[in-house]
Design a protein around this ligand. Structure first.
Ligand code: GLP
Length: 270
């Protein structure tokens, strides 16, 4: 696992966006060879989406041959609800880039058969030979997507009940009224995320510090589902200084040292 520490979330977002652009361009995405990108919602990726829009507008890349799969969606609110993840993605990202709407996959939390919806989602991911790069964030309890503490680390896309911490965390998007926050969601599983060729988690702010410690320094544990990334062959966590607050000084120095050497090597080989 790589840990890349930036001064603040603006720097983090720029770095992640550049990473995504490089990956898509290197893939030489074409109709018969789309780049398959997994996407999160939440406040954390907003900066990255804004940076990606800038890259698109500056002509650095195109999303025409990019297929996306969102991580999760609420159950119990209409698709056009201001806080649905469908609305979030179209308002903050998809409407501002040249993605083919048919290529932007989001779980339908209003499907008549939710189990079938999840099964079909997995099958659709499979039909593209899996996800090339899965971007994600984490909840303050260390969850990825909506894989709450106690989720199976080999779980697949399914219906999940959200826990109190997540409902309280998300009340900020629902007028601070927990009675308005959906308590169920469809989510890709931890296993679905781990199957991606690459996984990149963005972590920022002091409120994620404890979760980051559990993901990086503590053993793999289903109570901190993001820690399953330790099993992944190519996982990167990109974070800001504030979120490193609970890490050991030695851990921070270790990863910063590696990053310094990586930067020097990249500079020498360019
Ligand atoms: C929700 C989403 C997660 C996201 C998390 C953190 O639980 N399902 O995918 O990582 O919120 O959101 P934020 O970035 O707003 O802290």
């Amino acid at each position: 696992m790589r840990l890349i520490i930036h001064n603040d979330s603006a720097e983090m977002s720029q770095w992640v966006a550049q990473y995504v652009v490089d990956r898509i361009n290197k893939h030489k995405a074409a109709t018969d060879q789309p780049f398959v990108l997994g996407l999160p919602t939440g406040s954390t990726p907003l900066g990255t989406y804004a940076e990606l829009v800038k890259h698109y507008q500056n002509g650095n890349m195109s999303f025409q041959n990019v297929v996306t799969f969102n991580m999760d969606e609420y159950v119990g609110i209409p698709q056009n609800h201001p806080q649905s993840y469908y609305t979030f993605m179209w308002e903050n990202f998809f409407s501002k880039i040249d993605i083919d709407p048919n290529n932007a996959n989001i779980l339908d939390g209003n499907a008549s058969d939710l189990e079938l919806e999840c099964k079909n989602y997995e099958a659709k991911i499979e039909s593209y030979n899996g996800i090339d790069l899965f971007l994600g964030g984490i909840g303050s309890d260390g969850h990825i997507a909506f894989n709450e503490p106690g989720s199976s680390l080999s779980s697949r896309t399914r219906l999940k009940t959200l826990n109190n911490t997540t409902v309280l965390d998300n009340a900020r998007f629902f007028d601070e009224d927990i009675s308005k926050v959906p308590t169920m969601a469809l989510t890709v599983g931890v296993g679905t995320v781990l199957d991606a060729n690459e996984v990149l988690l963005m972590v920022n702010g002091y409120s994620k510090a404890l979760a980051l410690r559990h993901i990086i320094e503590e053993p793999i544990n289903h109570m901190w589902t993001g820690s399953a990334l330790q099993l992944h062959k190519k996982a990167i966590i990109v974070c800001d200084e504030a979120s490193t607050h609970e890490l050991r000084v030695g851990t921070v120095r270790y990863f910063k040292g590696i990053q310094k050497l990586n930067n020097q090597n990249e500079f020498q080989s360019s």
